[in-house]
Design a protein around this ligand. Structure first.
Ligand code: BGC
Length: 862
């Protein structure tokens, strides 16, 4: 898709002083790019380009008609904006998403464009970046994403996401950077910079307070101002002030009674006022706005609105009408156009020096593997079962749903069509070859499991095996409310429909049996269910219990059967089956194998059937009775390694009995290699939890405070999000924020503060020595928490205000230093509406986890 170049750079003699998006400083040290074999993009003519931006905007806008201006502020394709070719303004192409460039769809529909060349590197999800606690991993993530987006001809990549994991049930936690505002802020900045170095605009999302999927488009977020400023905005603020982010996406929810995209307070007062943001604000896809409020309160670009004609967008014809009626000043429109042009000019859309990017290259996969490895967290290793020794194990038993599950094409808008995805099983097989015998066993849970995706022949536009689901207003199924796709042959009520309301849904998919013979279909449903196969009635059931109803059918292998399921009810249903050949091992079989094996690894956790856009989980329990199975395996073999992959917290009732627990995020196309490396000690784990793992859902703030519903979120815990809540309430979690073990041990010593007392404008330097006292090389994350000893408001017991990851050989020591600024010491003061660092004593706490503080020192702020 070649675009004509324009005259912008030809205006070469024009010189504007302060560019609004500053050029980045050249990198100083040997960079992480070199380590993975990536070429760090350089843009020799960047400064000249940026110098021309404002003048070019001033030249272009007066030449536009009203209609042309308006054409730029709304979509004219699912992910495209209009061009004004006579002025050299091109279509702008946007694309999901945060973990790789999404597949190509048709311009005006969600249907696949059926490209065979739109696969991309599938990166570990952002939670893995957060678990790495390493800004270099954030840089790598951004570098790959930006380069691949450019290569696919994209201008805005819709990521990264920084909504905080307030509620562990939230379906999208896996897309974000954990629960801590400081951690998220520090990681998002290098990521954005690395994306934008590729002449692509990063789009930080979702501004702001998108912390639940339950009624995500209607829930009214009403945090108090201090909570907003201290917890939910810092990552966005850092993106604007420190990373010069070019684009930002609003969120679906309301903020204090109006949609966040048109909130005067969020957008005009804070984002564009106080923070001086010069980039563009784009809506999320199909938000609930109105023309005048959106136009006046700073929304720049409307995308995804669910109308047939782009002219019917709120910021299309209706905007022209409002301008003509004097309800919206032209200046407001000009500002939007200026912001859109500013982004386009800054990323080189109007010059011929733009970078071209690269895709699916080996270095991108090296980067993906490195991030995956650093994102694995060793939670428990009490019998030193890990690392496994290749020379000592000859029989490994592997089980569990994530053993060979691929996650890339699930989860919603963050899905990625990747070239391949290495599962843990494949990672182990490739590492161990024929030397080690790997026995795979599948344990059937006593709960009915949906039909495995392996049998699904129907795919949605992503290539993901999926069921098509339609929501209707009533049993007649004449009026469609909403149509979507889901991965499994089960229905759980979602946020698209009110809770406890009667649902009328129809699900359709083609099922392709892998073998011929008698299949036993099994259903549990509360409500009425009617199943047709190839248009013929097969099974009907109406009931109120969860009994399993079965019926046999003879099916041919490799033939497609059209399944159609009508369901009326409130609670949902599951359709499962038994296939002719035994798919599962009996409990006796796998427990006996577990007793004999040299190593037992259970790969459990969640999948994107649980962690996904549009729905929150109902609880923190591992699905399909995994807990029961894990407990039995541990009993049979106390050295069982419980390896969990998930996007947010799960309960672990068997934790005390388990000797070995590992936490992993959806770890991208190379994930299985990273997993095998970590299990066999080729990689020493160095990840730390980016969110708290609670013992039970009831321990978490939104649930304990009864502040999770479809109507409004009060953020009643205030600034006490996540680990801060657990400390305030004195609740012991399962595993703390910041926790993560290594195959070696570290000590911290020699804490040194640069001064015992500082004034408001001083920066305090905190130095500490880290030593690897073990036998293998490894990396430790030093975490700096601040404790304000006396304040006029209640402050968290500990606030994360610094961290550094340091790699050390056995016996090696390094001194690291971290800086504390006035802002780090401050809280948001409601009286003055400003940050306030109160004079007094502060403790600096240095640890390797929130609950493992090694050193402390006190200083005074004058
Ligand atoms: C999601 C966004 C995404 C957009 C476009 C929305 O449903 O909330 O994160 O970027 O769709 O696919």
């Amino acid at each position: 898709m070649k675009r004509p170049t324009t005259f912008a750079i030809a205006l070469s003699s024009l010189f504007v002083t302060a560019p609004l998006f500053a050029a980045e400083a050249p990198a100083s040290k040997l960079s992480i790019y070199d380590e993975v074999g990536l070429v760090e993009p350089t843009r020799p003519l960047l400064q000249q380009r940026l110098d021309l931006v404002e003048q070019t905007i001033k030249t272009l806008i007066p030449q536009m008609t009203l209609a042309e201006k308006v054409s730029l502020v709304h979509a004219n394709g699912k992910f495209t904006t209009a061009a004004i070719e006579r002025l050299g303004i091109h279509e702008m192409w946007l694309s999901d998403g945060p973990h790789g460039v999404r597949h190509e769809i048709e311009r005006d529909s969600w249907n696949s464009a059926n490209w065979s060349s739109d696969d991309s590197t599938y990166l570990p999800v952002l939670t893995a970046v957060a678990a790495s606690w390493n800004i270099d991993m954030a840089t790598l993530h951004g570098a790959v994403l930006g380069s691949e987006a450019r290569h696919r001809g994209k201008d805005l990549i819709l990521g990264p996401g920084v909504n905080l994991a307030r509620l562990p049930l939230y379906g999208r936690n896996f897309e974000y950077l954990g629960e801590d505002p400081y951690l998220a802020s520090k990681l998002v900045v290098p990521q954005i910079k690395a994306i934008q170095k590729n002449d692509v605009a990063a789009t930080i999302k979702h501004f702001a307070l998108n912390t639940q999927e339950l009624n995500r488009t209607g829930v009214n977020a009403k945090p108090d101002e201090r909570t907003l400023r201290e917890v939910y905005l810092p990552a966005f603020e850092a993106a604007v002030k420190q990373a010069n982010v070019y684009a930002m996406m609003g969120s679906y929810n309301e903020f204090r009674g109006t949609n966040a995209n048109q909130s005067k307070h969020l957008v005009m007062d804070i984002l564009k006022g106080e923070w001086g943001y010069k980039g563009l604000l784009v809506t999320d896809w199909n938000v609930d706005i109105n023309t005048v409020d959106a136009a006046i309160n700073g929304l720049d670009l409307e995308m995804g609105t669910d109308v047939a004609n782009y002219q019917d967008y709120y910021l299309a014809e209706p905007l022209i009408k409002m301008i003509n009626a004097g309800k919206v000043p032209v200046a407001a429109l000009d500002d939007k156009v200026a912001r859109i042009l500013r982004v386009q000019l800054s990323i080189g859309m109007m010059d011929n020096h733009r970078l071209g990017g690269q895709r699916n290259i080996a270095a991108h996969r090296v980067a993906a593997r490195r991030i995956a490895a650093e994102g694995i967290v060793l939670l428990k290793n009490s019998r030193q079962v890990l690392p496994l020794d290749q020379s000592k194990v000859s029989n490994i038993l592997v089980l569990g749903p994530n053993l060979d599950k691929k996650h890339g094409q699930g989860g919603g808008s963050s899905e990625v069509k990747s070239l391949y995805e290495i599962t843990p099983l494949q990672g182990l097989r490739d590492k161990l070859g024929d030397r080690v015998n790997i026995t795979v066993m599948r344990a059937q849970s006593s709960q009915l499991a949906p039909i495995s995706n392996d049998y699904l022949a129907t795919r949605h536009w992503t290539g993901t095996p999926s069921w098509n689901i339609s929501y209707f207003t009533d049993d007649s199924r004449q009026k469609l409310i909403h149509e979507s796709w889901i991965a499994d042959s089960e229905f759980k009520p979602s946020s698209f429909t009110a809770k406890d309301a009667q649902q009328f849904i129809t699900m359709k998919a083609a099922i392709k049996p892998l073998e011929s013979g008698v299949h036993t279909l099994k259903v549990t449903a509360k409500g009425k269910i009617n199943i047709k196969i190839d248009g013929k009635p097969f099974m009907q059931y109406e009931g109120d219990s969860l009994e399993v109803v079965t019926k046999n059918i003879s099916l041919m292998g490799s033939k497609d059967y059209q399944f159609e399921i009508d369901y009326n009810g409130t609670d949902g249903y599951t359709l499962g089956w038994d296939t002719p050949n035994k798919l599962f091992n009996s409990e006796a079989e796998y427990l006996s194998a577990a007793k004999k094996a040299d190593a037992v690894i259970y790969f459990g956790g969640l999948s994107h059937s649980d962690d996904r856009e549009s729905i929150d989980r109902a609880d923190l329990v591992l699905p399909n009775q995994q807990d029961e199975m894990i407990a039995k395996l541990i009993e049979a073999n106390p050295n069982t390694i419980v390896f969990l992959t998930a996007g947010s917290a799960v309960e672990m009732p068997w934790k005390d009995n388990a000797s070995t627990i590992v936490w992993n995020s959806y770890s991208g196309m190379e994930g299985g290699y990273a997993v095998a490396d970590m299990l066999f000690g080729d990689v020493n784990p160095s990840g730390k939890m980016p969110f708290t793992l609670p013992k039970s859902l009831a321990d978490t703030a939104p649930i304990a405070l009864n502040d999770y519903n479809a109507t409004e979120s009060l953020y009643s815990e205030g600034v006490f999000i996540g680990h801060r809540w657990f400390e305030q309430q004195n609740i012991k979690p399962l595993f703390s924020f910041g926790h993560g073990l290594s195959y070696t041990n570290f000590t911290l010593s020699n804490i040194k503060l640069s001064a015992a007392s500082i004034s408001q404008s001083d920066t305090l330097n905190v130095a500490v020595t880290v030593t690897n006292i073990g036998k293998v090389a490894g990396a430790e994350v030093v975490q700096l928490y601040l404790h304000d000893k006396k304040a006029s408001v209640e402050r968290p017991e500990k606030e994360l205000k610094g961290f550094a990851k340091v790699m050390l050989k056995p016996g090696e020591s390094k001194q690291i230093s971290m800086q504390l600024t006035q802002r780090d010491l401050s809280f948001w003061d409601d009286k003055t509406n400003d940050w306030l660092a109160e004079a007094g004593e502060f403790d600096v706490l240095l640890g390797t986890s929130l609950d493992y503080i090694h050193l402390r020192e006190t200083f005074t702020l004058k």
